[in-house]
Design a protein around this ligand. Structure first.
Ligand SMILES: [Zn+2]
Length: 110
């Protein structure tokens, strides 16, 4: 009664092992194929590196644009949008001298 399951388990284990070996052979074959394409791969890698560098540059520019966009200040009194706090403060001081200065403008050197 106890022997039956102990017979099926090693069989299942053996099958698993065979699958593993087959997979290993497959990966070795694909490695060989990759080596044959090596030269072509290097060239395309160089191309990709160049492309990636250009992409990186573009991303940096995007980040700068995003940072600039984040700096858009909206006047709480007249809803005018200004690109930087300096302009905002100057605007606020000249247009709304009687309104209380927004706290984020108090420290700004205009
Ligand atoms: Zn305003």
């Amino acid at each position: 009664m106890v022997q039956k399951p102990s017979l099926t388990i090693p069989l299942a284990f053996k099958k698993k092992e065979t699958d593993k070996r087959a997979r290993r052979v497959k990966s070795r074959r694909s490695k060989l194929r990759a080596m044959a394409r090596g030269q072509q791969k290097i060239q395309s890698q160089q191309k990709n590196a160049k492309k990636a560098a250009e992409k990186k540059k573009g991303q940096a520019a995007d980040q700068k644009t995003a940072a600039k966009a984040a700096l858009v200040h909206t006047c709480p009194v007249c809803r005018t949008q200004m690109p930087d706090p300096k302009t905002f403060k100057q605007h606020f001081e000249s247009k709304h001298p009687k309104s209380p200065m927004p706290p984020e403008l108090v420290d700004v050197q205009a």
